[in-house]
Every structure is written in structure tokens, then in C-alpha cells.
Design a protein around this ligand. Structure first.
Ligand code: NAD
Length: 483
């Protein structure tokens, strides 16, 4: 990638790009080398307030733009994203670390998201309710909730930001987006495409800063009417408390700890192939990542041996290198987390089948080997806390009821998977697992047209699908009688 293709980093406030002016900066590094290659300007309190004001001002007109015109603008954004997909993917790989083909897939997913929400925004229907008295109309309008403060994470910075922005804009809301400071370039580039598509000033504002300062300032701002956050349980709960204190809606997606139940009748080789692709995608830094594998006694040993061999064969390296199968972790924090999770699992009797360490020759950058650990006890830290990294934790079961109960044993409830040829087992799992997303015989999950939500600590609210749009609308009940 040429240096020109990484955008000059700046904040976007009321249609103006803002940087310099004595603002503090923080470094942006390439996870494959740990080398700093850019400096990100940090928003001042005045910048954060100005972004909130701009979103409030722009909301007055944006909410009145006919849905069909908003849709055509969102479709233009999607077209520009597709036009620039190679450049956008290179930005993503450089600052986040994922393999270029994965970055391309994510960029295309972002375009899909803008397209789907463009269409769904046209279907923000109200209702006519049979009235209680003659010559009276009882109507339900749906109206945009108002300016949204959105906080998106570093693992899928393009598409998770796109979900928040596309949905808000389709509903007629305006946005202040704070993407993760670790991966700022992709949204600078995407916001520039929104401007190029003709999005009016203030409809989308982009700020980076000290995360706790930006979020508390925006949540307290009376002009902001809703918050949307994707990230950890700890931070999400903190923001939810702040939002509740000022009676604001919150959509929270707080991660997962997905179980995978593998019954005794499966084609083990096929399941292992699918598992290696899904588990080590984005180096396991995925809220939907399959993590706890409950494998039936009949196929357990073969599954462990094959998955261990498959993981050991993966080439770990720079995501920009076409020979790489798995890229680095996004930050040194994640490497230290993997070290601690693996040490704890081994202390408690887990058996490392593959990985469990920094791969040979990968001390520069933030790498961890694709790891398979068998015989992991249910109380190991990695079985309880979201590992958010390339750890596959395998244990055996003999009765399906027990496997379902253990699948439900964490505080999370985002995604769950199962592989089985038995319709009865599939049905028992679909109904028995506590999760917002369940996939049987596939790791395919989450699409713009499907609601994406969690249960338990994975967080309230829905993104995408019809439900995601409804989360940005409030019903206004109108009773109109003849004068
Ligand atoms: P971290 O908690 O330091 O940072 C996580 C992200 O949250 C950062 O991008 C940061 O900007 C943001 N953040 C932190 N405090 C905030 C605040 N007060 N207001 C607004 N944003 C704030 O640690 P980390 O190592 O980057 O990630 C830790 C854990 O976060 C992971 O183990 C994973 O469980 C979770 N996570 C989940 C998702 C997801 O898709 N659900 C994405 C990223 C991280």
C-alpha cells in the first residue's frame, strides 16, 4: 500500500475536517510490526460539544428529508465504498492486522449494510388503529429518535461502524460516531465517501479522543437522544448506567462466548475444516467467534487431533502477505490476555494440542499462534470470560442435555453453533441454547437482513434487520377527532 492511500487523520465536525490546532495526538500502529505509522488527533471537550451541536442542528432538516431521498443517498455511499474497496481494504489491514481477503469481505459487508438499510428505511411504516369513537382517527406515527452517539470497536471497524451509521441515517437520525482509536483510518476514509456522496454537514460527525471522556460528555449532552455501543461487557454496562441516569435509550452489543456442540454422527473432517476457517478468522477477535467446543465422546479424540493438526498448519503473518492464513492480534493487550488465558487453562489441567504461545519468529508485532486446548475444565478463565483471540477450547460430552446446559453456563448469549445430522438434536439445541443467534451445520451468522442481538450479558437491543431500524424509531400515538 502506498502511504498516500492511508488518509490524513482528522475529526469531521459539521462537515469540516479538523486536526492540528494544538490538539493532542495518539499513535496508530501496524499490528504486524508494532510500528507507529500515523498520529491521530484527539478531540477536545469543545470538539465533542461541537459535534453534538452539529448533529442536533442537522437533525432538524435530516428528519424531514423523504425516506426515498435518504435511501438514494445511502445507495450512493454504498456505490462509492464498492468503487474504493481495494484502497479501503488496504487501510483496514494496515491498522487492524486482518488478512486482505478478510478486509475486502468486511468492506463489501459495509456496502451491503448501507444498501440494505437504504431499502429498509423506506419501510418505516406507522399504523392506523380502529378508533374507539366515531369520526376519530387513531394513528401511530414512527419518528426518528434523534441524534445518536455511536461507539464502534476495533475488531470489525468498518462494518460495525457501518451498522450504526447506516441504520441511524436510514431512520432519519443523525450521528456522532466515535470509532476505536486503535483503527481510525477506515472511518476517516468512509466518512469522506459519505461527504462525497452528498451527505449534508452535521448528519455524520466523527470524533476520536479519550474514550471515557468522549462517551460521558456525549451521553450527558441533552441533544443526544440515543447511544449505541459495541465492545466489552464492563464498558457497555458503565455506559448503560450513564445513559439510564439521563433516560436515554441504549443499544448494546457486548460480546459473546459462543459454544459449539458437535454430536457423534457428524463428518468430522468437514466440521474441522469449517471450524479452522471460522475460529481463526480475524485471529479469533470476533464477538461471534466459536470458542467452547463440546464434542460427543464418539468423535472427540478424532476432532481434537484433526483440529490440532489443522491449526498447526496455518501460516501466521502479516495480513498484507497473500501467504498468510492468520494475521496478528490488534494490540499488545490481546497478546498478554492470550498468555494469561493459556497459562490458567494449563494450570487447571488443560492440554495444549497446538499453539499456546507466540509463534516462532513472530516476536515483532502482536502475534499468537492458532491454539487448540483439550480437556479444559469448565471453571478455567478462558471458559468463563470472553477470550477474544485464537483459542479453541475443547471438552467432551456424552449426553446432549448436559452439553446444552454447559453451553448456557456463561454470562454471554450472543451466538451458538451446532453440528449434527439429527433433526431431533438440532431442534433441541435451537430451542435449548440461550443465544440471540443460532446456526446449525454452518458458521454463517449475521447478515444485514437478520436481527443481530444477544441475551443475558451480551446486551439489550438489536442491530440490523427490521428490529435494528425500529430501535432508532419511537412511536407517536395520535388521536385526531373532527372539529
Ligand atoms: P478496552 O476495554 O481497553 O477497549 C475496548 C474498546 O472500548 C476500545 O476501542 C475503547 O475505545 C472502547 N472504550 C473503552 N472505554 C470506553 C468508554 N468509557 N467509552 C467508550 N468507549 C470505550 O480493551 P480491549 O483489549 O481493546 O478489548 C477488551 C475486550 O473488549 C475484549 O476482550 C472483548 O471482550 C471486548 N470487545 C468486544 C467487541 C465486540 O465486538 N463485542 C469488540 C472489541 C472488544
Amino acid at each position: 500500500m502506498t502511504t498516500q492511500s492511508y488518509p490524513p487523520l482528522a475529526l469531521l465536525i459539521d462537515g469540516t475536517w479538523v486536526a492540528g490546532g494544538g490538539r493532542e495526538t495518539r499513535p496508530v500502529a501496524n499490528p504486524a510490526s508494532a510500528e507507529t505509522f500515523a498520529e491521530l488527533p484527539i478531540a477536545t471537550l469543545a470538539d465533542i460539544d461541537a459535534a453534538g451541536e452539529a448533529a442536533a442542528r442537522a437533525f432538524r432538516s435530516w428528519r424531514r428529508v423523504p425516506a426515498i431521498e435518504r435511501a438514494s443517498l445511502l445507495l450512493s455511499i454504498a456505490r462509492l465504498v464498492r468503487r474504493d474497496e481495494a484502497r479501503l481494504s488496504a487501510i483496514l489491514t494496515r491498522e487492524q492486522g486482518k488478512r486482505l481477503p478478510e478486509a475486502l469481505q468486511e468492506v463489501r459487508g459495509s456496502a451491503d449494510t448501507f444498501e440494505w438499510m437504504a431499502e429498509e428505511g423506506k419501510r418505516a411504516y406507522g399504523r392506523i388503529v380502529p378508533a374507539r369513537t366515531p369520526d376519530t382517527d387513531q394513528l401511530v406515527y414512527v419518528e426518528p429518535v434523534g441524534p445518536v452517539a455511536a461507539f464502534s470497536p476495533w475488531n470489525f471497524p468498518a462494518v460495525l461502524g457501518a451498522r450504526k451509521v447506516a441504520t441511524a441515517l436510514a431512520a432519519g437520525c443523525t450521528v456522532v460516531l466515535k470509532p476505536a482509536e486503535e483503527t481510525p483510518g477506515i472511518w476517516v476514509a468512509l466518512a469522506a465517501l459519505c461527504v462525497e456522496a452528498g451527505l449534508p454537514p452535521g448528519v455524520l460527525n466523527l470524533v476520536y479522543g479519550v474514550p471515557a471522556e468522549v462517551s460521558s460528555r456525549l451521553i450527558a449532552n441533552p441533544r443526544i437522544r440515543k447511544i449505541s455501543f459495541t465492545g466489552s461487557v464492563a464498558v457497555g454496562r458503565h455506559l448503560a448506567v450513564q445513559a439510564a441516569a439521563v433516560s436515554k435509550r441504549a443499544t448494546l452489543e457486548l460480546g459473546g462466548h459462543a459454544p459449539v456442540i458437535v454430536t457423534g454422527d457428524v463428518d468430522v473432517d468437514r466440521v474441522v475444516e469449517l471450524t479452522a476457517a471460522a475460529k481463526f478468522r480475524n485471529a479469533g477477535q470476533l464477538c461471534l467467534c466459536p470458542t467452547r467446543f463440546y464434542v460427543h465422546d464418539d468423535v472427540h479424540d478424532r476432532f481434537v487431533a484433526r483440529l490440532g493438526a489443522r491449526a498447526a498448519a496455518l501460516r501466521v503473518g502479516d495480513g498484507a502477505d497473500p501467504a498468510t492464513d492468520m494475521g496478528p492480534l490488534a494490540s499488545s493487550r490481546r497478546v498478554e490476555a492470550m498468555r494469561a488465558f493459556c497459562a490458567d487453562a494449563v494450570d487447571r489441567g488443560g492440554r495444549v494440542v497446538s499453539g499456546g504461545k507466540v509463534p516462532a519468529g513472530r516476536d515483532a508485532g502482536w502475534f499468537w499462534a492458532p491454539t487448540v486446548i483439550a480437556d479444559v475444565p469448565d471453571d478455567a478463565r478462558a471458559m468463563v470470560e470472553e477470550p477474544f483471540g485464537p483459542l479453541a477450547l475443547v471438552s467432551r460430552y456424552s449426553r446432549l442435555d448436559d452439553a446444552i446446559e454447559r453451553a448456557n453456563s456463561t454470562e454471554y448469549g450472543l451466538a451458538a453453533y451446532a453440528f449434527t445430522r439429527s433433526l431431533n438434536d438440532a431442534r433441541a439445541i435451537e430451542h435449548g441454547v440461550e443465544a440471540g443467534n443460532v446456526s446449525i451445520n454452518t458458521f454463517a451468522v449475521s447478515a444485514p437482513e437478520m436481527p443481530f442481538s444477544g441475551v443475558k450479558s451480551s446486551g439489550p437491543g438489536s442491530e440490523m434487520g427490521r428490529e435494528g431500524l425500529l430501535d432508532h424509531l419511537h412511536p407517536k400515538a395520535v388521536v385526531r377527532a373532527l372539529a
